[in-house]
Ligand binder design. Structure first.
Ligand code: IPE
Ligand code: IPE
Ligand code: MG
Length: 250
């Protein structure tokens, strides 16, 4: 069969499990404000939700989970809030260094790590190293940190341009597949399903290249309240979607 979506289809529209789910972890601040608590408490609760949902994805057999943790625009927030988010990430990475091997979880980062603190970068480097020693079939979580879809595309263009200048590549060689190999998501299939909690109907600069044919699922539930049953609902809805990829329904 010429089209990969057709060969996917033979597995049955209703039985297919997304290989790659991406989540915009939104609504932590509102969750806290509704309870009269500081926004940072919402982020702490959101970090817990991430742990639970990653475990659930892994148990279901999803291969990749990509989460939006901190955008290139989130630096606009107060130093307190940014510091709390970075602190939670640090805690998660410290934990991951001790547990990812045992739990068979590979971790990768999408985003420009240059403005991230050296301490956090060193931890990310450590989890990267551990990931390279884990079998490629193991579940992989991709954490988007100082990530922006536009920034990712610009960084890819710069690297491709540099390769052209050095003579390693020629502009006419550039195809969608080759361009994808310059992105942070290189080697990973595009997400079939993108979930946004908290009811916002926008991408907020998330996976702009990769979302070309993703199915979207939006729920009003705020991220700290998002649970395993909600993820199952999102997958069930995805399984009902008619994915045509520009073709015509058979
Ligand atoms: C998502 O929750 C976490 C980050 C963006 C870092 P928010 O902090 O955006 O929560 P709301 O949207 O203000 O409720
Ligand atoms: C998107 O949420 C970024 C993350 C979840 C990390 P935002 O809360 O930053 O997005 P906007 O401002 O509502 O578009
Ligand atoms: Mg938000």
């Amino acid at each position: 069969m010429a089209n990969s979506w057709k060969s996917n289809d033979t597995a049955g529209q209703t039985a297919r499990l997304p290989r790659h789910i991406a989540i915009i972890m939104d609504g932590n601040g509102r969750w806290a404000t509704q309870r009269g608590l500081p926004r940072t408490v919402g982020h702490k609760a959101g970090a817990e939700t991430f742990r639970r949902i990653a475990t659930h994805c892994k148990n279901l057999g999803v291969e990749y989970l990509t989460v939006y943790a901190f955008s290139t625009e989130n630096w606009k927030r107060s130093a307190d809030e940014v510091g709390a988010l970075m602190g939670l990430l640090k805690r998660y990475l410290q934990e991951a260094v001790d547990t990812m091997e045992k739990d068979h979880i590979r971790l990768r980062f999408f985003g420009d790590m240059t403005p991230i603190s050296p301490e956090l970068r060193a931890l990310a480097h450590e989890t990267d190293e551990i990931s390279t020693h884990l079998p490629p079939g193991d579940f992989q979580a991709n954490v988007c940190l100082n990530y922006g879809g536009r920034d990712e595309i610009l960084r890819a263009v710069r690297r491709f341009g540099a390769d052209c200048v050095s003579g390693a590549r020629k502009p006419e060689e550039l195809s969608e597949a080759l361009f994808s190999s310059y992105l942070d998501s290189r080697g990973i299939p595009d997400p079939e399903l993108i979930i946004r909690p908290s009811g916002e109907l926008r991408l907020s600069n998330f996976l702009l290249w990769q979302c070309a044919y993703s199915e979207f699922y939006v729920t009003d539930t705020l991220w700290p309240d998002f649970d395993e049953a909600q993820l199952d609902r999102a997958i069930a809805e995805y399984q009902q979607r008619d994915r045509r990829f520009g073709g015509v329904k058979k």
